[in-house]
Design a protein around this ligand. Structure first.
Ligand code: SF4
Ligand code: F3S
Length: 104
């Protein structure tokens, strides 16, 4: 599966949503997540994200994010159409510590 990681928080560009063939993105206030049991591992979304927030879970150190994607994709609503990114999305691109500061 692919997972959405910290870089998405407060960036939420949503280009990923448009390209997913199985519509497996779910929307929280500050970020999106992927449902790991629906993702077919096509990889199409990874290069679409301007924040480089999407990674394959085969990369090391992503256990926390895989868990978070699984947990919240079961709680948050499905999103299948791109909306406008937050007005200050670019200001939060590449920022460190976004999970501690902003995740809710
Ligand atoms: Fe959707 Fe493919 Fe990305 Fe999985 S890897 S979330 S199926 S676009
Ligand atoms: Fe987030 Fe990137 Fe999608 S910032 S909403 S994972 S395009």
């Amino acid at each position: 599966t692919y997972v959405v990681t910290e870089a998405c928080i407060r960036c939420k560009f949503m280009d990923c949503v448009e390209v997913c063939p199985v519509d497996c993105f779910y929307e929280g206030d500050n970020m999106l997540v992927i449902n790991p049991s629906e993702c077919i591992d096509c990889g199409v979304c990874e290069p679409e994200c301007p924040a480089e927030a999407i990674l394959p879970d085969t990369e090391s150190g992503l256990e926390q994010w895989l868990e978070l994607n699984a947990k919240y994709s079961a709680e948050w609503p499905n999103i299948t159409t791109k909306k406008d990114a937050p007005a200050d999305a670019d200001d939060h691109k590449g920022e460190d510590g976004k999970f501690e500061k902003y995740f809710s």
